[in-house]
Design a binder for this molecule. Sequence first.
Ligand SMILES: CCCCCCC/C=C/C(=O)SCCNC(=O)CCNC(=O)[C@H](O)C(C)(C)COP(=O)(O)OP(=O)(O)OC[C@H]1O[C@@H](n2cnc3c(N)ncnc32)[C@H](O)[C@@H]1OP(=O)(O)O
Ligand SMILES: Cc1cc2nc3c(=O)[nH]c(=O)nc-3n(C[C@H](O)[C@H](O)[C@H](O)COP(=O)(O)OP(=O)(O)OC[C@H]3O[C@@H](n4cnc5c(N)ncnc54)[C@H](O)[C@@H]3O)c2cc1C
Length: 664
Amino acid sequence: MEEIDHLGHERSKIEFDVEAMKIVWAGSQRALEVSDRISRLVASDPIFRKDDRTILSRKELFNTTLRKSAHAWKRIIELRLTEEEASRLRFYIDQPAFMDLHWGMFIPAIKGQGTEEQQKKWLPLAYKMQIIGCYAQTELGHGSNVQGLETTATFDPKTDEFILHSPTLTSSKWWPGGLGKASTHALIYSRLITDGQDHGVHGFIVQLRSLDDHLPLPGITIGDIGIKFGNGAYNSMDNGVLRFDHVRIPRDQMLMRVSQVTREGKYLQSDVPRQLVYGTMVYVRQTIVSDASCALSRAVCIATRYSAVRRQFGSQDGGPETQVIDYKTQQNRLFPLLASAYAYRFVGEWLKWLYTDVTQRLQANDFSTLPEAHACTAGLKSLTTSATADGIEECRKLCGGHGYLCSSGLPELFAVYIPACTYEGDNIVLLLQVSRFLMKTVSQLGSGIKPVGTTAYMGQVEHLMQCHCDVQRAEDWLKPSVILAAFQARAARMSVACAQNLSKFSSQEEGFAELSADLVEAAVAHCQLIVVTKYIEKLQQAIPGKGVKEQLAALCNIYALSLIHKHQGDFLANGCITPKQASLVNWQLRSLYAQVRPNVIGLVDAFNYTDHYLGSILGRYDGNVYPKLYEEAWKDPLNDSVVPDGYHEFIRPMLKQQLRTARL
Ligand SMILES: CCCCCCC/C=C/C(=O)SCCNC(=O)CCNC(=O)[C@H](O)C(C)(C)COP(=O)(O)OP(=O)(O)OC[C@H]1O[C@@H](n2cnc3c(N)ncnc32)[C@H](O)[C@@H]1OP(=O)(O)O
Ligand SMILES: Cc1cc2nc3c(=O)[nH]c(=O)nc-3n(C[C@H](O)[C@H](O)[C@H](O)COP(=O)(O)OP(=O)(O)OC[C@H]3O[C@@H](n4cnc5c(N)ncnc54)[C@H](O)[C@@H]3O)c2cc1C
């Protein structure tokens, strides 16, 4: 049967080269080729089906995780996939699994914190999947406060071993993904004790389960922590609990790049800053920013395609009703999210560069950019995950009632995504780290230390405290220099105001505690400035393809102006813009919406997502929503029988009783 493209009329209106935009989104022609090939490979393999995930029991769901992971590994070996291709494969399988922690945290932690010798021993085993590792930092009693962890690793010089112990209930490891059922090994973050002295938290490689029968080793109690939010969703992951009862490991299983314990039990600290123990978190936070663009673009793709298919009201002379995407309110909610997806993509690319740069510097013992890397990864992780979680929920509402059906793909996407606001650092706790960095920068102004990198704008603080926005007409808001000046003035003024208020307290700690809400807002303003700046810098590069740069520029303006509109209180209160200029922002936004409207289907097609990856009837490429929704409903297990199973036991007696009562 001939397939009809219900979005064909939309696609015929697109004014730019979608294929060229696909390359921009993927990052390069080669990255697009890899993504395209691997996503199709996954979509065509029945083992990777996921349409039944929300109706599986926990055990069945976890079983599919094991099956999919084993099958993925088999395919990786058979097809000799590269590390990049294998990582794309896991991405498109789209099911949280122990493999994510093995490849995403266990291996990077050994690489970042292990000595060369330790890397030589452990990495080949991990790369060949001869051991499965997880990252076990968080405990029942402490997650954010890493220095408050209670698990101990006490050195025993008699046997040249560490003794791992969980002294209290709250010291039980709690949450690590992959720990519950799959991992054979873990990176345990634990207090190091030598000769009765506590040296704080360090990383240790510990074997948890037998490599022969998978049973826990002596002294180890281990299991899954239970069902989490949402059907399917993150429940495919075995987040675990772990307790140690005086478990012994050899001394060389402490990761010793940052500090060492000698055979005699002497504690030695190298020149490397102790914060490198937190290095894996910096790495993962950076990857989470790119992941935010993926999750948000996926929700936006669904909501955009469906908004072009869905019609309500406005029929004239019996003609078709209005596509809901043509309502300005729909555009005002949806288009800034589309723009954010692109903005996060580009800031994610930049953050990857920053991380690579800092890693190279660290290898050469240059630690100067570590504080900036920490602040940027922490802040952008927080900003992008919070906005993405809210954005996915907004996309669900943009799809009206049908968005609430699991077959829309949105409930599961939301449930899988929201813990990103908490894991790898609670978003508020991370913003407070950014504000510490900002307050330090402000306090050093005038001391001769020139702010660099993302805080370079603070170098012109005197100008930024007084400058006035140069906007007279709505079109003036399209000038990158005007946008940047407004965001810089707002961020600088909020940071300086916090610093001035902090100076009124007798101690820094007291001031930080009292002003933490303001400090968080200043950190958000700084992080939004980074995203806007990096998007504008991206547009200064050569971007080939008919109309591609124009569309990206329009989205950049939508991103920046919608933020000015949303946070206009900040911009007005600090005197960065006037009420008249704030109202011109809205005029310009409406005009930008009209400019991108014919292109929005092209802009979401450029994500190049297969229907399998999207997992949404509302977001189908062909827009054939209604027949497929109707078909899908009949697949629900409740519809296996016409009369429900409990009819004779519950419904019938109730009805009969009502009949008797009515007769009385
Ligand atoms: C691919 C994988 C898929 C993802 C799946 C998700 C799996 C999830 C995994 C996890 O969640 S793992 C557990 C993650 N846990 C956290 O993120 C905990 C959050 N807490 C922290 O990071 C820290 O404890 C803290 C909040 C930063 C505070 O640490 P601490 O009390 O030690 O530090 P401070 O006294 O505040 O600061 C001291 C000094 O160190 C600097 N700093 C802090 N962190 C880092 C870092 N990561 N890198 C570099 N520097 C860091 C901080 O800025 C301070 O600097 P100065 O002000 O002294 O200059
Ligand atoms: C799905 C999922 C997967 C995870 N995977 C792993 C894993 O693989 N390995 C691992 O080790 N851990 C993992 N974690 C744990 C995760 O890293 C922690 O939950 C996270 O770091 C937050 O810490 P917490 O739970 O202690 O939150 P808390 O710190 O207890 O936060 C509770 C509330 O207190 C607030 N708060 C805390 N401190 C402050 C402060 N100083 N100032 C102001 N407000 C504050 C927070 O904002 C929050 O609102 C995972 C968690 C989840 C949900």
